[in-house]
Design a protein around this ligand. Structure first.
Ligand SMILES: *Cc1c(COP(=O)(O)O)cnc(C)c1O
Length: 635
């Protein structure tokens, strides 16, 4: 619809892409139209433009697609989490304290664990381990300074022995029983090593919660002990004279719980378990509420499974208040949480470029009828004019019918390739005309939204959804997507993003909108000679190790930066992504063998006079160059 476009400002972009809604205060737009990262310092927030960071990284030889980690955001989230609990404890005058642990499975990368270990020191922020490998990381990374190592997951003898050795080293290591069978194994190992364990019980709560991962809650949850199993464990401990080892009650209802009331109800039920165990004579002293603190990916603070209806402060306050109400008259326990997702989500973002675009536009010079056109094609031309008339929706439907008939004619051999191309062109022209006519109207035909999606551009992005955003592919997780520059220009195209794999699932076609999700992303038209770079935000939790090698696209380049109080930044780490050779080796190919086989083919071709010796050298050199290159698109 022809309306006079008002001037577009960076604020309009911030609004359109929801940057201030999902950014948690960490992302914003500057007056030049660059997306900025905003880092809190004592002297005030510091903003750095993402294009400036990207430019600095490219000059160090890093390439897109690129996983960018901003260390300050990890630090800031750990600080916010701990401060929220300390504040709630202070305000309510709660007699106990709080200690957090980071569940390693949420992001196991060495650098993340090192940063949490380092930055968590003043808060005594510990680690949660769910496997032998994660326990090995935890005990070697943390100093034995009273921070917790909480061991969840199924534990075999080696796992248990290693955890007991951690205690001997002075680590505050707790075994949370996942199954009743673990108990005898732990008691046996403990006797043989002469180390007293500290035990926790993971209870199956009956409170059910909403969200993607709600199967972790309720009686049918695969994790934790049922009521009768808990009674059995208490009896067994009494019988063995080891009830004094039972110190912790644990629950974890699943990740990303959107509704605070449900968290509160579950916490209350957990407190009841805690109290009963005290009454049974166990010393207790720690209550662990697991993970579940959600990230507001949509930025709408709703009860949608990708959002949350509460703030961090409200979450901390609800848990502290519940424990205070239920348990403070006795010996107020240490409150523990295992927040992983909100701790790391903000800190990583994926940057990628668009290397091509397909548009679904009509060619104006292909809209003229020819004298010998078949009837259906001529009717299509006539109907195009009818789209401006009384009943455009009916005219459009007739056009689609004619299109179908003409396609059949093509299949029967009665329509030429060029005429069929004109049929398609007419349909596109009709679609755009219909969309333009109803565009901004509230009362528009239902099919129109679908039609608009069908006319959207396809931007080809230099990324693999399977490698870098596995949850988007697997469970429809939405991540915020936005261009990192040109935000002072009105984005006048709508697009979906296709990734670089040859899989039709390799796409991003659900985006975060204002209120509802949207099926296209507003983008700018590409400019020749200039990269167009998009960011996918909040990808720090769960994505890295769930990724796979679909079509053999491997790890992207990775860079970590630390932003300084003066607005500069240092690159603290840079890792080159996988080369083609690395991926082939992962798939059990021996690069030497491949090269040798190719050499023999080339030798044979030389022998038969099909190629020259110079050709042979060129072929082998190209093969080698390919093996050394990144798996992604190089422009
Ligand atoms: C995965 C997991 C967590 C992390 O939960 P988030 O909601 O992602 O923070 C915490 N505790 C346990 C036992 C887990 O399995």
């Amino acid at each position: 619809m022809p309306s006079i476009p008002k001037n577009w400002t960076p604020d309009d972009s911030a609004e359109l892409y929801g940057i201030r809604r999902w950014g948690n205060g960490y992302f914003d737009v500057d007056p030049d139209g660059a997306l900025t990262v905003r880092v809190p310092f004592d002297g005030g927030d510091v903003r750095v433009a993402l294009p400036a960071i990207l430019d600095g990284l490219r000059r160090r030889g890093l390439r897109l697609p690129l996983l960018l980690r901003i260390e300050n955001l990890l630090d800031a989230q750990i600080a916010r989490l701990n401060k929220a609990f300390h504040q709630a404890i202070r305000e309510r005058g709660y007699g106990g304290s709080y200690q957090g642990v980071f569940p390693i499975k949420v992001n196991q990368q060495r650098q993340v664990i090192e940063e949490i270990t380092r930055f968590g020191t003043p808060w005594r922020h510990g680690l949660e381990a769910g496997s032998k490998a994660e326990l090995a990381i935890a005990m070697a990374s943390l100093p034995a300074d009273g921070r917790l190592i909480v061991c969840n997951g199924y534990k075999d003898r080696t796992f248990i022995e290693l955890g007991l050795e951690a205690r001997r080293l002075g680590h505050n290591c707790v075994f949370v029983l996942e199954t009743p069978g673990e108990l005898d194994l732990i008691l046996d190992c403990s006797d043989r090593l002469g180390v007293t364990p500290v035990l926790g019980i993971r209870a199956k709560l009956s409170t059910r919660v909403d969200g993607h991962w709600n199967l972790t809650s309720g009686e049918r949850s695969i994790f934790g002990l049922s009521i009768s199993q808990i009674v059995g464990v208490v009896d067994r401990l009494k019988q063995a004279g080891r009830l004094e080892t039972l110190r912790l009650l644990h629950c974890h209802l699943g990740s990303q719980i959107p509704v605070l009331d449900q968290i509160g109800q579950a916490a209350q039920e957990a407190c009841r378990f805690y109290r009963e165990l005290r009454q049974e004579g166990a010393p207790m002293g720690m209550i662990d509420f697991g993970g579940g603190l959600a990230v507001d990916y949509l930025g709408d603070r709703s009860q949608n499974s990708q959002s949350r209806d509460y703030s961090l402060r409200q979450y901390a306050d609800r848990l502290v208040a519940t424990v205070q109400r239920q348990l403070a008259d006795d010996d107020p326990p240490l409150i523990i949480t295992e927040s992983g997702r909100p701790t790391v989500a903000y800190y990583s973002l994926l940057l990628f470029d668009i290397f091509d675009v397909t548009r679904f536009e009509a060619e104006p010079d292909q809209l003229r009828p020819a004298a010998d056109d078949p009837d259906e094609l001529r009717r299509m031309h006539d109907l195009l004019a009818a789209l401006d008339g009384e009943d455009p929706a009916t005219a459009y439907r007739q056009i689609v019918e004619l299109r179908d008939r003409l396609h059949q004619a093509f299949t029967r051999g009665e329509l030429s390739l060029r005429r069929r191309a004109r049929v398609q062109n007419l349909l596109l022209a009709a679609g755009h005309r219909l969309v333009a006519r109803f565009g901004g109207m509230d009362r528009r035909p239902k099919e129109l939204d679908r039609l608009r999606d069908e006319l959207a551009d396809i931007c080809y992005g230099n990324l693999s959804v399977f490698q870098s955003l596995p949850d988007h592919w697997a469970i429809g997780q939405l991540f915020p997507v936005a261009p990192i520059h040109r935000l002072d220009e009105r984005p006048d195209r709508e697009a979906i993003i296709a990734d670089i794999t040859c899989d039709s699932d390799g796409r991003i076609s659900h985006f975060i909108g204002d209120g509802a999700t949207r099926s296209t992303l507003p983008v700018h038209a590409l400019k020749t000679g200039e990269d167009y770079v998009l960011g996918v935000f909040l990808v720090g939790a769960y994505q890295e190790t769930l990724g796979d090698l679909h079509n053999l696209f491997g790890d992207t380049d990775v860079a970590s930066v630390r932003i300084d109080p003066d607005g500069g930044f240092q690159v603290t780490r840079e890792d080159r992504g996988d080369r083609v050779e690395d991926i082939l080796q992962l798939m059990q190919y021996r690069v030497e063998d491949l090269r040798d086989r190719l050499r023999r083919q080339a030798e044979q071709a030389v022998g038969e006079g099909r190629i020259s010796l110079t050709d042979r050298q060129a072929i082998l050199a190209r093969f080698d160059r390919c093996l050394q290159e990144t798996t992604y698109f190089c422009s």
